[in-house]
Design a protein around this ligand. Structure first.
Ligand code: NAD
Length: 333
């Protein structure tokens, strides 16, 4: 790829695609088109020198506009959030299929050479995730299919779009099944945030208010792995440029498993505080246990996401603390 070839990144007003835009810009790519339906002032980051457009990609014409002249297309746009969002708004999650259907066709018509799709660990069979000590999920565990309702099924269908555009039409497509991603410049309040950001915010609020307690969703025994954003964008770049992975879903996640209780302890340690825990057993909690089996990524790319959770959380906590202070001082909403 030449440094002035056009890269299109969708969902760029959001967390991961915003970081991916910055990553390619810093790698020296001079022609990047970043797109999101959010108004520009609401993007988490705007990278100077990048063409930034506010377009709703659920419509055909905007997808055609988005892909004009594109050599590579990275589709990370989706209506999504943490468990609180995806359990409650399944229709919105399913409607992201419109983005896939219109964008992949527009990318194909524009002659794009590579198309990347951000799938999710929520595409895996939920039957395999009923215990906190569930075995790590390997790529073949998505079928027989029993994905997370709404969000997970949309991801599975979108994966299939990618596979058929390669099989029938010869466009190189790439699919990463992302496991929970965290880091600075992502959602930390408002209802779409995921566990690490939500826990950081709750600990900061408790510290600030002097009310030293924390409400944890579920009973705290559920387990997950969390991937730092820098590993995520590096992984996306590597996967999208590995011809051995065309149309082949691959896990992109950390394999460092932790329970929600231990995640809270880690954040408390970073914050230098101990809180009294209350458990909300009515709150959305998702599957009991989920981890990423990284055998395939290690074998194919000789690499896996390996930023230690403690290290990544420290940076994330500091960023959220700054945002919290800014909001309190009236410098943000
Ligand atoms: P995010 O919500 O921060 O970013 C998604 C962006 O897509 C948002 O800014 C949103 O405005 C935009 N968008 C939604 N509908 C759109 C439309 N019709 N047209 C244009 N833009 C639209 O989410 P994220 O965490 O950055 O996730 C990016 C991708 O990675 C998503 O596809 C998500 O499903 C996937 N993923 C994320 C995680 C994670 O832990 N964050 C895990 C698995 C998969």
């Amino acid at each position: 790829m030449k440094k002035d070839d056009l890269i299109v990144i969708t969902g760029a007003g959001g967390f991961i695609a915003g970081a991916l835009t910055r990553y390619f810009h810093e790698k020296g790519f001079t022609h990047i088109r970043a797109i999101d339906k959010k108004p520009l002032p609401e993007w988490y980051q705007r990278v100077p020198g990048v063409e930034s457009l506010c377009l709703d990609l659920s419509e055909r014409d905007t997808c055609v506009r988005a892909c004009e002249g594109a050599l590579e297309v990275y589709n990370l746009a989706a209506d999504m959030g943490g468990m609180g969002f995806i359990e409650k708004f399944r229709v919105e999650c399913l409607r992201s299929i419109l983005i896939t259907a219109n964008l992949i066709e527009a990318a194909y018509q524009a002659g794009a050479q590579r198309y990347f799709f951000s799938s999710s660990a929520c595409a895996y069979n939920t039957e395999l995730q009923k215990e906190p000590k569930a075995r790590a999920l390997k790529e073949s565990d998505a079928y027989p299919a029993m994905a997370e309702r709404g969000y997970g099924w949309e991801k599975l269908m979108s994966e299939m779009f990618c596979q058929e555009y390669w099989a029938e039409r010869g466009m190189k497509t790439f699919i990463a099944r992302l496991h929970n991603v965290y880091g600075p410049l992502g959602t930390w309040d408002g209802g779409r945030e995921k566990a690490p950001a939500a826990i950081c915010r709750k600990v900061i609020e408790a510290k600030d208010s002097g009310k030293h307690e924390i409400v944890i969703w579920g009973d705290g025994t559920a387990t997950r792995s969390f991937m730092y954003i820098d590993d995520c964008v590096q992984g996306i770049d590597t996967i999208a440029h590995c011809d051995g992975l065309i149309a082949t879903p691959i896990n992109l996640g950390s394999s460092e498993l932790i329970s929600i209780n231990d995640l809270v302890s880690l954040v408390e340690e970073i914050a230098g505080i101990m809180l009294q825990r209350k458990y909300d057993l009515e709150a959305p909690r998702g599957v009991a246990g989920r981890n990423s089996d990284n055998t395939m990524i290690k074998k194919t790319l000789n690499w896996e996401p390996d930023t230690a959770l403690r290290k990544g959380l420290k940076t994330t906590y500091a960023w959220i603390e700054e945002q919290y202070a800014d909001r309190k001082a009236g410098r943000r909403h």
